[in-house]
Ligand binder design. Structure first.
Ligand SMILES: CC(C)(COP(=O)(O)OP(=O)(O)OC[C@H]1O[C@@H](n2cnc3c(N)ncnc32)[C@H](O)[C@@H]1OP(=O)(O)O)[C@@H](O)C(=O)NCCC(=O)NCCS
Length: 201
């Protein structure tokens, strides 16, 4: 029997940086690539540099390794695998109703009804971003990417006839989401400790 595919993901806290401007973005982007390097070291992957379609664009595989990063003022995340992978992080926060209605269908909102609203929306947003990144299509696929089932630590999503399992965890007040193609895969975390979604930070 084939061993399950391994997705290696590292998470680190973002270093203090100027609160606004290009330097803040530069710090986050560089830190995210170091975080990816940590995951790659553990996976036996390459050291980079990590190629992209254009600056800030879709990641391109390196030596057969697919990779994905996410960065904000709180966390940087880097993940890689032998098949397309997507990672995302989002701070848990309330969003405007209009945004929730744009991103989530009525059916999806019913599936998430037992979740506290800020966490429900953040989980959904983060999961969709991870799937759209794994597919390399970004926002263009948002309306086709739909939540099919909600489990305590994962969401199942559909996109263009494919099913995507998105594993989710919590670090401080942020959600981290990871997905990859196919059904049979396992996930190894490194960097800061990740915990269950519903634990108090
Ligand atoms: C790719 C995308 C998802 C960016 O996500 P983001 O949350 O803004 O930023 P993140 O830090 O999580 O990810 C950025 C990384 O995504 C990667 N990326 C960019 N385009 C990508 C694509 N088409 N496919 C996969 N990954 C992509 C890049 O590596 C980028 O890092 P870099 O700028 O340091 O090179 C993009 O589609 C986007 O613009 N999203 C806007 C946010 C939004 O409205 N999301 C709604 C989802 S519910």
């Amino acid at each position: 029997m084939d061993a399950p595919l391994l997705v290696q993901v590292a998470v680190r806290r973002t270093p203090a940086a100027p609160p606004t401007g290009a330097e803040r973005v530069r710090v986050q982007r560089a830190h995210a690539r170091e975080t990816l390097g940590l995951a790659s070291d553990l996976a036996g992957g390459p050291a980079g540099p990590w190629p992209q379609e254009e600056d800030g664009g879709r990641p391109l595989p390196l030596e057969g390794w697919h990779w994905s990063i996410s960065h904000d003022a709180h966390l940087t995340v880097g993940g890689l695998a032998r098949v397309p992978v997507g990672v995302d992080t989002e701070r848990i926060q309330e969003r405007r109703l209009a945004l929730a209605e744009r991103v989530l269908s009525a059916e999806e909102r019913v599936l998430l009804v037992h979740e506290e609203p800020a966490l429900a929306f953040t989980r959904a947003w983060c999961a969709k971003e991870a799937v759209l990144k794994a597919r390399g299509i970004g926002m263009a696929g948002l309306s086709r990417c739909r939540i099919r089932a909600v489990e305590p630590e994962r969401l199942l999503l559909g996109l263009d006839g494919e099913e995507w399992r998105v594993e989710q965890a919590r670090v401080d007040d942020s959600v981290v989401a990871v997905t990859t193609a196919g059904a049979k895969w396992c996930l190894e975390w490194s960097g800061v400790a990740v915990g269950p979604l519903h634990a108090s930070p």
